[in-house]
Ligand binder design. Sequence first.
Ligand code: ADP
Ligand code: MG
Length: 330
Amino acid sequence: MNEFELIEQITHGIPTQSGGLIFGIGDDCAMIEGRNGKDMLVTTDSLYEGVHFKREWITPRALGRKSLSVNVSDIAAMGGKPLYYLVSIGIPKGFPENDVKELFDGMAQIAATFKMILIGGDTCASKSGLLITVTAIGEIDSGKALLRRGACPDDLVYVTGTLGGAALGLAALEKGMRSLEMREYLKRHDDPTARVTTGAWLAASTCVTSMIDISDGLAQDLSHIADASGVGINIFADLIPLNDGFATDASACHKDPLILALTGGEDYELAFTVPKEKAKLFEKMLSVVAPTFGHKVTKIGEVVTGSGVRVKDIHGTELPVSSKGFEHRF
Ligand code: ADP
Ligand code: MG
């Protein structure tokens, strides 16, 4: 069973409505009615030793940064502003005290960039490695959040940044490759950037119909938009944005660049949809602000009637993609 089937099973039949809850399970964050014209966004994500990281691969400070960034990314995926975080930590026997401090300093560095405040957590001993669970809370103007469920046929699909870099970084770690060429990808893997400014701008643009962050691979995460919106999505392989020299760097690691970009996890870029009739206006507005974002935004596909995600080559022929992305299996 994969994680999505398990979530479906455990959440089936439990109450999903209560006063003040706008929605719970099924998007990047849960959303609760706030005050003063704001909605509150709540999300939680864990990083477990042996599952998400090996201690010899990442410094405690970088691990701290990543633990908060991956949570903030889910707030960015709704267009929200991050405000608070809580940290639950399971510490294995013999784990150096100074490393715990480094971990929290790493989180504090990311928190400082967004003016987030640590408001609680839990501290336990762990018998199975280092366990970190972060909960992040944010806010957004009422009714402005971008959901997975808003995509419509004829919308265009865009992504921020470049894809596959974090997965190539992971491959380099697994192969023990630490060359200069791999350094950029190792950084992508260890220290992702949550696209908060971009997400907030996209939510305010009134041109975007749905959005998600890419944590498990482009194809997998777009399939969540497709499922939630009741539509199909076509991605054009030749339009997918890659780092300069990515194909060469991927083959040095014996990896297929397109498979990395389509199915590699942990890029934490945003994927979103814009109605075709608004695309011209959207791209014009974007060209004014994009230089301040520090990353590009690329059109990669279209929303169609139907279901699922298809990847097409330059001739429109469907490419077989054996896996859609990363999933936990039980
Ligand atoms: P993301 O990749 O954005 O963090 P996930 O794919 O992990 O989102 O989760 C999808 C949805 O399922 C989210 O709304 C999340 O809160 C919910 N979810 C995941 N695991 C559980 C669980 N154990 N109990 C309840 N809800 C869960
Ligand atoms: Mg997400």
